[in-house]
Design a protein around this ligand. Structure first.
Ligand SMILES: Nc1nc2c(ncn2[C@@H]2O[C@H](COP(=O)(O)OP(=O)(O)O)[C@@H](O)[C@H]2O)c(=O)[nH]1
Ligand SMILES: [Mg+2]
Length: 281
């Protein structure tokens, strides 16, 4: 039987709430979230199923001016993701002035066929939201949706409009599949999410995580830092910080999981293409 089935990508500046919205729509954590920009480094897919069909959401890294090899790759991943999807959604923060960063992203997509999604309406006053919708109207996008990824306000309207744009055909993913991230990758991301929540300043950008052994229930995850001096900051006094990270990750895994965290110095990994390749960025 044919259903509606297609792909939607979320693009926008870092921190506008792309990952939060994908998670809210898919009803589970498919993409990690933090209050630091550039949390998402790879393309993450989450699937939304309804009686009419399915929408595959492609979450992307925020598009920004790259300063490292990692930044360049992450940007390329995001820009590349607007090809071969049925609808591109440009996310804008309702509370931040519509600025050059947003315009830069808009210039790199076919904005006249795109949906503009103004997110974080829960934080904006009516006047602020109205002004923002007026400001983004210069984009002459196909449609505009004010939403809140946190309260869910406006999300059903967005989903209904997106479903209308999905082509008819066979479903891409089985009904019980919500994400295409494999389990090891997902655990590595959970570790990074916990680290992002507690690390300060530039350190979050120096951290990468990868699962190196998966012998259930034992999972070994490496935390890569760029410099020897960063090692102590990740481990924390008496190993406290790392212990807490491990506990918080474990709570989100299947019962019985035993997660082993190792901090490894890999000098300037962000600048090394072979490392980035291995990390899947
Ligand atoms: N108040 C509010 N905060 C949000 C909303 N969506 C995202 N956030 C917050 O904005 C920050 C960035 O979110 P994230 O999804 O990682 O942004 P991304 O970089 O665009 O993927 C996080 O602290 C989120 O909790 C929203 O609708 N309302
Ligand atoms: Mg993100």
């Amino acid at each position: 039987m044919n259903v509606r089935s297609g792909f939607v990508t979320f693009v926008g500046r870092p921190n506008v709430g792309k990952s939060t919205l994908v998670n809210a729509i898919c009803g589970s954590k498919v993409s990690i979230v933090s209050n630091k920009p550039q949390t998402t480094r790879t393309r993450v897919r989450g699937v939304h199923h309804t009686a009419d069909g399915q929408i595959v959401f492609v979450d992307t890294p925020g598009i920004h001016k790259p300063v490292t090899a990692l930044g360049e790759r992450v940007n390329a991943t995001a820009l590349d993701s607007v090809n071969d999807v049925d609808v591109v959604c440009l996310l804008i923060d309702a509370c931040k002035p519509f600025g050059r960063g947003d315009q830069w992203v808009a210039d790199h997509i076919d904005v006249r066929n795109a949906f503009v999604v103004v997110n974080k309406t829960d934080k904006a006053s009516r006047e602020q939201l109205f002004a923002q919708l007026q400001a983004v109207s210069v984009l002459e996008a196909a449609e505009y949706f004010p939403v809140s990824a946190v309260t869910g306000q406006g999300v059903p309207e967005l989903l209904a409009a997106l479903m209308q744009k999905m082509p008819e055909g066979p479903a891409y993913y089985p009904e019980d599949m919500v994400s295409d991230t494999d389990e090891a990758q997902w655990v590595a991301e959970l570790v990074r999410e916990q680290l992002l929540a507690v690390l300060k300043d530039e350190l979050p950008y120096s951290v990468a995580t990868r699962v190196t052994e998966w012998e259930w229930p034992r999972v070994r995850c490496e935390i890569l830092v760029e410099r020897e001096s960063q090692k102590g900051m990740v481990i924390g006094k008496g190993g406290e910080l790392l212990k807490k990270v491990g506990q918080n990750v474990r709570q989100q895994m299947a019962p019985g999981a035993f997660i082993e965290l190792h901090v490894v110095v890999d000098k300037d990994w962000q600048q090394k293409p072979d490392r980035l390749e291995r990390l899947g960025y």
